[in-house]
Design a protein around this ligand. Structure first.
Ligand code: CS2
Length: 504
């Protein structure tokens, strides 16, 4: 790319015409990360191109300035690079009308939610962003940010911002609005509503009562299942995109060709024609969520931890290893499949075959460390229910146990075991807590018990499953003493899969 290439701006050659009218935003989005920019923004671009409407998006980054500054410098344009092994194709969504940092301007978040022009708030704030306490299964009222938000300070937590914004909207006339979580949480709509209501109930002197009544009347929280693999961007991609585009784009987003969005059609204030971009409006979002969070995400975690322990940096490299592919197929067939009901019209074999193609997309370069990051919150969504179902049936979920063993071998390695650089690159809110445990754990069993039973990292029910805890411990010891290959072989052999069913 020549250094004199012009910056990506409105009207620059090679860019499509932006479709959103800069003065008419209808959506406020919290969490201006890559996933939103590749997924919801692309669907919104398709909806605006197909059916129009005042549905421009104001993007709010929670803390980071860099993406906001770059969006401003590029007239809110950036490209989505759809990457498959044969080719890379570019689109420029052009749906954002503004961007700012929520932590710097919390009052502005509140004001936008109160503004009747905004009829939808969407969220991609990660599993960590909901101020949810897994131990009390409630809004985390001990969290200092939530506590400060409850006192009336400009709100910094997502739930505080939503609740204070809705409170201001109720006083300003109370136009209907939908709040749509697009995070990988089960029943994400109901979950978000429960937390916002808990915040309003926790306000002193019945201050939240009018807003609670407004919620009953005019606010909907549709659940949604989102799916598109979006790796982190790289300097190499920036150069490639800029060459293809003929303009310098500092913030391109790489994404796979596959994309899926299943949403409950409960939009109190109207919505864009997202079906134009392939979204499915359905009453079966719960089934889509379970299918995705278990089959895709649960297996993804297994591939990431095993891959990192085998020393490979990317998911496609990991899934090309025969034993990791066997482990992935075994966990799908034996442990996740029996725990879900597929949505009508989705064929499970086709869906699984697609998963293997998607994981194997080598041009994406999706990192094992990216998928392995934040396992403490991700695994809690992915593994407890299918594991408990198997245990209730008297079966040991060996490959789910291996997922947990792989996670702990990466994040809390016992003395003398080096999980390698890809494990070291995984970040996790629980890393510090976990890293203290190996020094005083005599064995894998000890470590597993302290994490699963002691810390209840995967919830209180799994904490009581002694046989599961013991199996995780055994696999940790096996990884440490005989290597990850031996542990994979042991778990796959122990699983009761009829071999003839093993073809993807
Ligand atoms: C992945 C997901 O990082 C992870 O844990 O499993 O981000 C996955 O790529 C997306 O959910 C795909 O939609």
């Amino acid at each position: 790319m020549s250094p004199v290439a012009p910056a990506l701006r409105r009207g620059a050659s090679g860019t499509s015409t932006p479709v959103a009218d800069p003065d008419r935003a209808g959506i406020l989005h919290l969490g201006l990360g890559s996933f939103h920019r590749a997924h919801q923004a692309s669907h919104t671009a398709a909806a605006l191109a197909g059916a129009g409407g005042d549905w421009g998006i104001i993007g709010v980054a929670s803390r980071s300035r860099s993406i906001v500054d770059a969006m401003h410098a590029q007239d809110f344009l950036y490209s989505v690079a759809t990457i498959d092994p044969e080719r890379t194709s570019l689109t420029v969504p052009g749906v954002h009308t503004d961007a700012f940092v929520g932590a710097e301007q919390p009052e502005r978040v509140v004001a936008h939610i109160a503004d009747s022009g905004i009829r939808i708030v969407t969220l991609t704030v990660t599993e960590n962003g909901y101020s949810y306490s897994a131990s009390t299964q409630r809004l985390d009222l001990d969290d200092p940010t939530v506590r400060a938000d409850l006192t009336g300070a400009p709100p910094k937590s997502t739930i505080g911002q939503l609740a204070r914004g809705l409170q201001a909207r109720a006083s300003a006339g109370g136009d209907p609005i939908a709040i749509v979580s697009c995070d990988n949480l089960s029943a994400n709509g109901a979950h978000t509503e429960k937390l916002v209501r808990a915040f309003l109930h926790a306000l002193p002197r019945g201050e939240g009562d009018d807003t609670l009544a407004f919620l009953d009347r005019s606010v909907s929280f549709p659940s949604s299942m989102v799916d598109r693999i979006v790796p982190s961007t790289t300097p190499e991609l920036r150069d490639r995109v800029s060459t293809l585009l003929g303009a310098r784009d500092e913030i391109p987003v790489p994404a796979e060709p596959f994309t899926m969005w299943a949403i409950e059609d409960r939009f109190a204030g109207g919505r864009p024609a997202w079906e134009a971009g392939g979204a499915v409006f359905t009453s079966e979002v719960g089934r889509y969520e379970q299918m995705k969070v278990r089959l895709l995400n649960g297996t993804h975690s297994l591939i990431a931890y095993l891959g990192a322990l085998r020393g490979v940096g990317t998911i496609p490299e990991a899934i090309r290893l025969d034993d990791i592919a066997d482990a992935a197929l075994t966990v799908l067939r034996n442990e996740y499949e029996p725990s879900i009901e597929m949505p009508n019209g989705v064929d499970i074999r086709e869906y699984e075959a697609q998963l293997f193609d998607r994981w194997g997309n080598s041009a994406l370069g999706h990192r094992t460390s990216q998928v392995g990051t934040d396992g403490s919150v991700k695994l809690r969504q992915r593994i407890p229910e299918p594991a408990l179902r198997a245990l209730r049936e008297g079966e040991m979920p060996h490959l789910i146990a291996l997922t947990v063993a792989g996670y702990l071998a990466c994040l809390a390695p016992l003395a003398g075991f080096d999980p390698g650089p890809h494990a070291a690159a995984m970040t996790d809110a629980a890393r510090e807590r976990l890293s203290e445990l190996p020094a005083t754990s005599r064995s894998g069993g000890d470590l597993a018990a302290r994490v699963i039973t002691g810390l209840q990292l995967f919830g209180d029910e799994l904490a009581e499953q002694d046989a599961f805890v013991a199996r995780v411990g055994e696999l940790i010891d096996m990884i440490r003493r005989r290597g990850v290959g031996a542990a994979i072989a042991d778990a796959v052999a122990a699983s009761r899969i009829p071999m003839k069913e093993m073809q993807p």
